[in-house]
Write a protein that binds this ligand. Structure first.
Ligand SMILES: NC(=O)c1ccc[n+]([C@@H]2O[C@H](COP(=O)([O-])OP(=O)(O)OC[C@H]3O[C@@H](n4cnc5c(N)ncnc54)[C@H](O)[C@@H]3O)[C@@H](O)[C@H]2O)c1
Length: 268
């Protein structure tokens, strides 16, 4: 059985831990880690077979695969800790990975490990990856969330955007994915994943809309290239534990873990 450790016991990490605990994934949850010991304790107590709560180094030593589900700035040292010991790593904080991508890939190469980025809260990365085998001309991501989903984003704070006064769908950002990621670190992991699958963070365009008329986190992707044209839209239910995060992000990571342990693999 694949031995897994989960780092980050918030909305996504907890969902993944529950999937491992319930047998939804054919892998063993060996241990968990969180910067907040109470979050780890609460999660461990809620599981049928409570995993060990371990310091990061010990957790990495005890497992074959580390799931990172923390935060953009917390992710790079966790990714490095896993790869330096030759452990595979599943990265949810994709914006954080983008900031240390070359170093992470070099470590993975040196130590024979792999970095997995789940599709996350979007859809269609299979088609984007296939399209990228040929020439892609344009990739655009439009993200719409209820205004509270953008609370505390550095861009919102810096621009003094009053989210409470937004009464109709309002574009609050338009630019390259590379600029969107630090501006909205908790919201645009999808932009980072899309960039990695397609034409990179400089060429991928991102529009962000605060939409008080919707209770969903909506992502629309448009791609044009030699393959033709792709338009895809996903309407995600926000996670009850974290409105910035879509429930789909956790489901996607669980599906990735199932793929890693499956005998039949479907999809690109
Ligand atoms: N890939 C995607 O599509 C996608 C979608 C949504 C969210 N995310 C990202 O996934 C990550 C987790 O999201 P979430 O909604 O579960 O967040 P969350 O805030 O609910 O939980 C994060 C947990 O990580 C812990 N943490 C923070 N820094 C840590 C550190 N240095 N070491 C250990 N633990 C630490 C926190 O205490 C918290 O318990 C975030 O980076 C988020 O932006 C990705």
């Amino acid at each position: 059985m694949l031995r897994v450790g989960v780092v980050g016991c918030g909305a996504i990490g907890s969902e993944i831990a529950r999937a491992l605990d319930s047998g939804l994934v054919r892998a063993e949850l060996i241990g968990i880690h969180d910067a907040r010991i109470d979050a780890a304790g609460q999660l461990a107590r809620s599981l049928r077979r409570p995993p060990r709560i371990l310091p990061l180094d010990q957790l990495v030593d005890a497992v074959q695969l580390v799931v990172e589900a923390t935060a953009k700035d917390a992710a790079p040292p966790i990714i490095r800790a896993a790869l330096e010991r030759g452990r595979d790593v599943v990265v949810l904080s994709v914006g954080g990975l983008l900031g240390c991508l070359d170093q992470a890939c070099a470590l993975a190469e040196t130590h024979g490990a792999r970095i997995y980025v789940p599709t996350g809260a979007i859809a269609g990365l299979d088609a984007v990856k296939a399209a990228a085998v040929a020439k892609i001309d344009r990739v655009t991501l439009t993200t719409r969330k209820p205004p509270r989903g953008f609370a505390g984003a550095p861009y919102v704070v810096a621009k003094g955007i009053d989210l409470a006064s937004v009464r109709e769908p309002t574009p609050i950002f338009s630019g390259a994915a590379r600029d969107a990621i630090p501006a909205f670190p908790a919201n645009v992991n999808v932009a980072a994943a899309l960039s990695l699958a397609g034409i990179g963070a400089d060429a991928t365009r991102v529009q962000i809309v605060a939409d008080p008329t919707s209770d969903k986190n909506v992502h629309e992707i448009e791609v044009e290239g030699e393959f033709g044209r792709l338009a895809i839209r996903i309407e995600n239910v926000p996670s009850p534990a974290n409105p910035k995060t879509s429930y789909m992000a956790a489901l996607s990571a669980i599906a990735l873990l199932r793929r890693l342990t499956a005998t039949l693999v479907v999809g690109t």
